[in-house]
Write a protein that binds this ligand. Structure first.
Ligand code: HEC
Ligand code: HEC
Length: 347
């Protein structure tokens, strides 16, 4: 064989190996990418992270345990959360409306405060509230500590004042000592709010979805996975996403169809973020709620108008996405939402 022919043979051989390699790559991988939607989820990408198998390209991210909680403050916050002396006539505590054994809410459309006064907006759970970018449906409180002043002074909730609360708590020698041990000072507006906020930061609820996101393939049932697939493919995750599965953006309620025209009678609370900013574009705009523990927090929406999760999902499909969701998808999405309940809260 001449030198020239030997080189051509080598070039030919390398080309064959290269083409075959490419062909195998294309057949193997493009087939995976084109798998029908139904089967996608069961094998949804599991990329190998540094140490564990994690699903990293999902619109929802796994919940993180709170870091550096001060145990003394959390304990004090827990006591304050359950203390009716935060209300005008010592009848109502935070827990009256945010029952921790009941998903962090009451079961009513509108909460009942001091003297039987009825509010005008549905209670939001305190679980995972630390993940929200702002607090309340209309985002009027920027932090958990700032939020506490709301219920304490709200005439239809605790109807009290900071002055009253501080003087009642200071008169309790044991509690005062407790404050001095934890904060080095007597009860005051700042440390009461801080202890409540620290306690609320402890209320995060890891769920089966979080285990699945971290690579545990058995954490979700096939129906829940189909539900997750429907949730993502219909576009729910465009608004309900991130670590809180909501709670990180504002959106108008009624994007594709007019929810409020359908509703008829409109209240001040229905104005949403407009009540805070007075800007026309903020009318009917709300903080997208977190869907964690949503199974436990009926009724739904800021106006408590939806009694079941099924109907809330159907309405979301219609008003936010302009779709009449197929009933099978609704069923599966509800199954999926069930997997967002904190494993410690599961009844
Ligand atoms: C009378 C019932 C009632 C009481 C008492 C009450 N809340 Fe609430 N809570 C509500 C309602 C209703 C909302 C929703 C209000 C809104 O968004 O305008 C809410 C919202 C919240 C939120 C916002 C959660 C989010 O995702 O935006 C937090 C946090 C919270 N409450 C904590 C507390 C704390 C702490 C106390 C005690 C100091 C308390 N609540 C007392 C009814 C109550
Ligand atoms: C364009 C943004 C957007 C999209 C898309 C969207 N949502 Fe929502 N979702 C919201 C907003 C805003 C609210 C609060 C509405 C209100 O009560 O004023 C909400 C409320 C909800 C609630 C009630 C939560 C509660 O605690 O009351 C559920 C359940 C829900 N959405 C599920 C879904 C599902 C399922 C989909 C997909 C079919 C979806 N959402 C699509 C923005 C969106």
């Amino acid at each position: 064989m001449t030198k020239k022919r030997r080189i051509s043979w080598i070039v030919f051989f390398i080309s064959v190996v290269f083409i075959m390699g490419n062909a195998i790559y294309v057949i193997y991988f493009s087939e995976k990418e084109e798998a029908p939607a139904g089967s996608l989820l069961l094998e949804r990408d599991v990329s190998v992270g540094a140490r564990t198998l994690k699903r990293e390209n999902e619109p929802i991210s796994p919940i993180r345990k709170p870091k550096n909680l001060n145990a003394g403050k959390v304990e004090l916050g827990y006591a304050l959360f359950h203390d009716p002396r935060l209300s005008k006539d010592d009848t109502i505590s935070c827990a009256s409306c945010h029952d921790l054994l009941n998903g962090g809410v009451d079961d009513t459309k509108f909460s009942v405060g001091v003297d039987g006064a009825v509010g005008s907006i549905n209670a939001i759970t305190v679980y995972n509230s630390s993940l929200n970018f702002v607090q309340f449906w209309d985002g009027r409180a920027k932090s958990l500590a700032e939020q506490t002043a709301g219920p304490i002074t709200n005439p239809v909730e605790m109807a009290s004042s900071w002055q009253q609360v501080i003087s009642k708590l200071s008169a309790d020698a044991d509690l005062s000592d407790y404050f001095i041990r934890v904060y080095g000072e007597k009860p005051g507006r700042r440390n009461i709010a801080d202890a409540l906020a620290e306690f609320e930061r402890s209320l995060v609820t890891p769920s089966r979805l979080d285990r699945w996101l971290q690579g545990d393939n058995d954490a979700l049932t096939p129906a829940e996975l189909r539900g997750y697939n429907a949730f993502v493919s219909h576009g729910c995750a465009a608004c309900h996403q991130g670590e809180g599965i909501g709670g990180n953006i504002y959106q108008r309620f009624g994007i594709m169809h007019d929810y409020f025209a359908n509703k008829g009678q409109i209240s001040q609370s229905d104005m949403g973020r407009f009540n805070v900013t007075k800007r026309e574009e903020d009318r009917f705009v709300f903080k997208v709620p977190s869907l964690r523990n949503v199974m436990l927090t009926a009724p739904y929406f800021h106006d408590g108008s939806s009694e079941t999760l099924e109907s809330a999902v159907v309405q979301m499909g219609y008003f936010q996405l302009g779709e009449n969701l197929p009933s099978g998808d609704v069923e599966n999405i509800v199954e999926f939402l069930n997997a967002l309940t904190g494993e410690e809260l599961q009844r």
